[in-house]
Design a protein around this ligand. Sequence first.
Ligand SMILES: [Zn+2]
Length: 264
Amino acid sequence: MHDMNAQLADMGLNLAVEEIQLFTIGNGRPANRILQQPFRWVPNDARRAAQDDDLTYLIDLSDGGTASGLSAAQTAAVLDNSMTTWDTQPNCADKLDIVKRADTGADPDIFDSFFPPFPPFDNPFLADIVNAGRLPRAFFGAVTGAPDNVLAFSVTFIFTDANGPTDINGDNYLDTALNEVYFNDTFGTPGEPRAGNPWGISINLPGFDVETVGTHEFGHSFGEGHFGPPPTAVMNPVYAGIRLNLFPTDNAAYCANYGSWPNP
Ligand SMILES: [Zn+2]
């Protein structure tokens, strides 16, 4: 991560990777009580070309299909459902509007470009939150060291300047710049160790449900950390079957982040 941040600085980008959150299978860390993160989005932040008080997201369709046979259109549709789940969150959702941006074909994500042979990015500010799609086992091995146990991960970048991380609105949180979500396509790939655990839609274990994982990952995109179990939450760090609806702790974390967000 240090090397990557040095390279970002060399490129003249005032960005740094702040955190990578893994969503795993099997045994996770119990009682992992990190509900809030040390970074938050800044409303109207000109550095990320903010769309007023909204947060924007984009689904990169170029890596949207799965080895298990889902098309990019199918995965995008359920990931839209995941976003809608947060956008219609019952307590504080009226404070924040979540707006989808179309995939223009430009490469919108930074993180994979540091892992050859993935190509350089075009523009990291096409949207605040980017679902980068499905990447192969080798990529997950290089990033996590556990390519057969990590379903997906979220990468959060913060803004920096010559003095280090910034807090331009004085809220005592670092300023989130970008969030990228990557899915592991080794699940369901014939001939690989997780061939018997395919990605699917409304699929039960031993398969993995795209919308459930999307809802978890987008929770990180909104600044939520892992929590529990107990209690049961979308933000539990280990996959435990289909979970399409938010639990009380998920709602509480969201309200903590957005209860004071400007109401447009
Ligand atoms: Zn997670």
